[in-house]
Write a protein that binds this ligand. Structure first.
Ligand code: MLC
Ligand code: AMP
Length: 501
């Protein structure tokens, strides 16, 4: 039976030449070959079938980064079941929203979350609940069947492989439907663009609940049959120790600024490395230059987003220009347009739009919103502002969306403002991103409090910390008498940024 449209089939085409070779290893003695990967994911896919899951069902997983999660991702892909990963930092309120919206047939999380699931009062009933704890314990292991033969499901390239949520300027987070074809085409293009070969070894310290660590990093390895060195999370000292074992590293800019703080980072340490790639947030020129001085490597910056996978990249061979995100990938079209969707000439700043096989199928259950974000000629409006230089290189100049990127994670001010506004004593608030040496941008809350009640920074931070994932919690709170507003009554966040930076 053929299964040409299935993403796993494309992955397997890439790694089948190295079936007996190593796929993954770590410093604790873990080693997995491609054959093991193939049979473990087959057992899990058989298990999902025995539990009655069928094509198009959602499987939500909220666990720390672990091999089981990686197996589950591939088992879902093989079964044409939609994989829905969540940041393990999300708190109850955030979690309930995702579970109500995605309506999964299966949810896997740690013991505490699964035990408390009744308290979420979900309207949607989840038939299959499994536990997987940080130490690997839990009944997740009972899902896998004994049979390690599984014929990867034949499906259309258009079928949805994964659902990843991202918020927006207004409203609740939206489920981004990524198809088998979106993920496969992008991974294939990246393998070619970045010259991945079987002899490569990727340093993998990224989380696997986002496009970057899940599709870009894993995709390049699987499609080229190369290896990866697995890190549970990014810890600079551990990553430095792994550099001599690897040939490629992918990271957000914070990874590079943190590595630069260590004297051990030098050209001797990185001599076997052939490529350092950065993305998910802007890489500062000074980071690019300092990294080059210390290691002789020019970090290759690329640009993408959850809705589109990767769009542009500085070249493997050829000039890597600091402050730019490079050229459109081979199969991706990038244009800069004005507010009326008219194409702008080279050198003018405008809205960045993209088109290609990498671009998502739409927002889960939101056809109208999907339509709004695409132009009539099928380009997706990224919400980023950009400009193209005389050599075709693109620079991201800013964002039309009100979004903060902290350590590579997106934070939407509205979500935090609406919680702050509910705190007794708060009249109104504005949440902004201020430059931060470590995180790129840090979340800062500006509050106008009522005269009768005195509030302090600690109280506000504690209140938000109770309700939202840690990366969204303001690092600082400032109190002012009045928010600056324009003639339309809109808060002028640029003035606040200038005042407090
Ligand atoms: C953790 N914390 C953060 C944070 N991550 N605060 C702000 N921003 C972040 N990104 C907080 C925690 O809540 C905690 O707070 C404290 O920091 C320590 O937690 P930690 O888990 O030990 O943090 P740390 O290991 O330092 O993590 C920072 C990080 C990590 C930068 C290493 O966030 C990370 O790996 N980021 C990468 C994200 C990523 O993969 N993005 C790609 C998105 S895909 P407290 O108060 O409890 O101590 C995408 C598309 C594309 O954008 O183009 O790629
Ligand atoms: P996400 O919604 O997490 O996928 O984040 C995507 C957003 O991250 C993009 O729309 C950009 O604003 C930003 N981004 C990703 N890569 C880069 C980069 N190299 N430079 C600047 N911004 C980036």
């Amino acid at each position: 039976m053929t299964s040409k449209g299935n993403l796993y089939t494309s992955y397997k085409e890439g790694f089948s030449k190295n079936l007996e070779g190593q796929f993954l290893f770590d410093d604790q003695g873990l080693e997995i070959t491609y054959r093991e990967l193939d049979s473990e994911t087959a057992k899990l896919a058989n298990g999902l079938k025995e539990l009655g899951l069928s094509e198009g069902d959602r499987v939500t997983v909220q666990v720390s980064k672990c091999i089981e999660m990686l197996y589950l991702y591939l088992a879902c892909v093989r079964s044409n079941i939609i994989f829905h990963p969540l940041n393990s930092a999300y708190k109850e309120k955030e979690l309930s929203y995702f579970l109500e919206d995605a309506k999964p047939s299966m949810f896997i999380s740690n013991q505490e979350t699964i035990s408390n699931i009744a308290e979420l009062n979900l309207e949607h009933n989840i038939n299959n609940l499994f536990t997987l704890n940080d130490d690997g314990s839990g009944d997740f292991s009972s899902i896998a069947a004994k049979d390690s033969d599984f014929v990867t499901v034949d499906c259309e390239q258009e079928d949805i492989a994964a659902l990843l949520y991202s918020s927006g300027t207004t409203g609740q987070p939206k489920g981004i439907m990524l198809s088998h074809g979106n993920i496969a085409s992008n991974a294939k293009t990246l393998v070619k663009t970045w010259g991945f070969e079987q002899s490569d070894c990727l340093l993998h310290a990224l989380p696997i609940y986002h496009v970057h660590g899940l599709f870009v990093a894993l995709g390049c390895v699987l499609m080229s049959g190369s290896r990866l060195k697995w890190h549970h999370s990014f810890k600079a000292e551990e990553v430095l120790n792994s550099i001599p074992d690897c040939t490629v590293m992918m990271g957000v800019p914070t990874y590079y600024t943190r590595l630069l703080k260590h004297d051990a980072l030098n050209s001797k340490l990185t001599e076997k490395m052939r490529l350092f790639i950065s993305g998910s947030a802007p890489l500062l020129d000074e980071t690019f230059n300092e990294f080059n001085q210390r290691t002789n490597h020019l970090i290759l910056e690329r640009y993408g987003m959850t809705e589109t996978n990767m769009n542009t990249s500085n070249p493997l061979k050829g000039a890597r220009k600091a402050g730019t995100v490079g050229l459109p990938l081979d199969d991706v079209e990038v244009v800069v347009v004005d507010e009326e969707n008219n194409l702008l000439p080279q050198g003018e700043i405008g809205n960045l739009q993209v088109k290609g096989p990498n671009v998502f199928k739409g927002y889960w259950g939101l056809p109208e919103k999907t339509k709004e974000d695409f132009s009539e000629d099928g380009f997706f409006n990224t919400g980023d502002k950009g400009v193209i230089d005389e050599d075709g290189y693109i620079s991201i100049i800013g964002r039309s969306k009100d979004m903060i990127i902290s350590g590579g994670l997106n934070v939407y001010p509205k979500e935090i403002e609406s919680l702050i506004d509910k705190i007794e004593g708060v009249q109104e608030s504005a949440v902004i991103g201020l430059n931060d040496e470590d995180l790129g941008e840090k979340v800062v809350a500006i509050i106008v409090s009522s005269e009768e009640l005195t509030l302090d920074e600690k109280e506000v931070i504690a209140e938000i910390k109770n309700q939202l994932a840690g990366f969204k919690v303001p690092k600082e709170v400032k109190f002012i008498k009045q928010l600056p507003r324009n003639a339309m009554g809109k808060v002028q966040k640029n003035i606040l940024r200038d005042t407090f930076s």
